[in-house]
Ligand binder design. Structure first.
Ligand SMILES: [Ca+2]
Ligand SMILES: [Ca+2]
Length: 387
């Protein structure tokens, strides 16, 4: 009996030590290792009492949205190649601001739009799209172009960056552009269906890249993590969208979706120099990380895959209890997720499903300057408004 008591006592001590250590281990690692966020989210328990979902306008495959300081909404239509503008009275300008010659196979098309931080002085708007072969290329080219806009009319298109396609496949050629709070232009771009490119910090595909605008050129930002490289973060497979965590001011922190193969669709917290693990012979290890020191694992992932698309951090004040939380959408299901972060904004404490009152969010979600959450599907643009 004495031996049994001794064994039980030792076991109890080990258990207590295990629990105490468990409370203090790095919590993101613990959360990821446990895979506790893969469960199907329940319907949001604290939807605002008087919120409503309303359609803003019909549009053909609106894939990216940005606003000028005067409150006009610019958006891109993936298949038509139209850059369009909605005036402050809510009316859609019938004529597109500009029409881009897009290749639309696979994931290509007119993909991103970003209003320049110096728009009020320059009228500059940046667009990211897949150009059809031509203009000196015998293959399609992912291209960043800057136009000058005034009164809804574009002019002076200027090619800022070309990333020619390198294989005949159609996949992982999408991405998006946004200006960061540091004034730099960031480009997320798929790995062109070549996982090794995601690990090559001197290649543009498979990354979130960071450029500085210098006159009429884009150059790798001088304080990027790798010398003379545009790479900000790497090891990414097919990032659809990203947003900057402006609630964190000590460093650049980005929330980005990534699409896994038949496993590990991800929401990642992107920091400078981070390697997010996509590579040849990827082991589908988000649930049981095998290389925690080498790769940064997602803060949320899902198996089976749902194809996460747009993402936005809510900064508005129409729905105060959602401020600072991360919203992202799902191509396969049309559902919108709401990720709640810990106070240090380092990991996800829970994920909920937003009740869209019958609408679907398959493509983009974006924080609007009016405090509403805008989202899109193949038929149009919608928004969630508070009281
Ligand atoms: Ca990853
Ligand atoms: Ca977005």
């Amino acid at each position: 009996m004495r031996i049994v008591s001794l064994v039980l006592g030792v076991c109890t001590i080990f258990l207590l030590v295990f629990i105490i250590v468990g409370l203090y281990v790095d919590q993101p690692t613990q959360a990821i290792a446990q895979g506790q966020f893969t469960a199907t989210p329940t319907l949001d328990p604290d939807m605002p009492a008087n919120y409503r979902v309303e359609k803003v306008l019909d549009a053909s495959w609106p894939i990216a949205i940005d606003w000028t300081p005067d409150g006009r909404m610019f958006f891109t239509e993936r298949f038509t190649g139209y850059l369009r503008v909605v005036n402050t009275d809510g009316s859609l300008q019938p004529e597109p601001v500009w029409v881009f010659p897009v290749s639309t196979e696979g994931e290509r098309g007119l993909l991103g739009v970003a209003v320049s931080p110096d728009y009020e002085e320059t009228g500059h708007i940046y667009v990211y799209y897949t150009r059809v072969a031509g203009d000196g290329y015998n293959v399609p080219v992912n291209r960043i172009v800057r136009i000058t806009e005034s009164n809804g009319v574009g002019s002076d298109p200027l090619v800022m960056l070309d990333v020619p396609l390198t294989t005949n496949n159609l996949w992982h050629q999408g991405g998006n552009i946004h200006f960061g709070p540091d004034g730099m232009l960031y480009l997320a771009i798929g790995e062109y269906y070549q996982p090794s490119l995601a690990q090559d910090v001197n290649a543009i595909p498979g990354k979130i890249n960071r450029f500085q605008v210098v006159g009429d050129r884009l150059v790798p930002a001088p304080d990027n993590p790798f010398p003379d490289s545009a790479t900000f973060a790497f090891g990414l497979r097919n990032t659809f969208d990203f947003d900057f965590d402006t609630f964190t001011t000590t460093h650049i922190q980005i929330f980005a979706t990534d699409n896994g193969p038949d496993c590990d669709d991800e929401l990642n917290l992107i920091v400078a120099g981070g390697n997010y693990g996509w590579r040849p012979n990827y082991p589908c290890d988000a649930a049981r990380p095998q290389n925690l020191g080498q790769y940064i694992y997602p803060i949320w992932y899902t198996n089976p895959t749902e194809a996460p698309t747009g993402v936005a951090i809510y900064r508005g004040d129409l729905i105060p209890q959602w401020q600072g939380q991360v919203f992202f959408c799902m191509w396969k299901t049309g559902k919108m997720r709401r990720a709640i972060l810990d106070p240090a904004r380092a990991y996800v404490t829970g994920v909920r499903e937003v009740n869209l009152q019958g609408a679907s969010c398959t493509i983009e979600v974006q924080d609007g300057p009016d405090g509403a959450i805008y989202f899109t599907n193949q038929e149009g643009i919608w928004r969630i408004v508070g009281q």
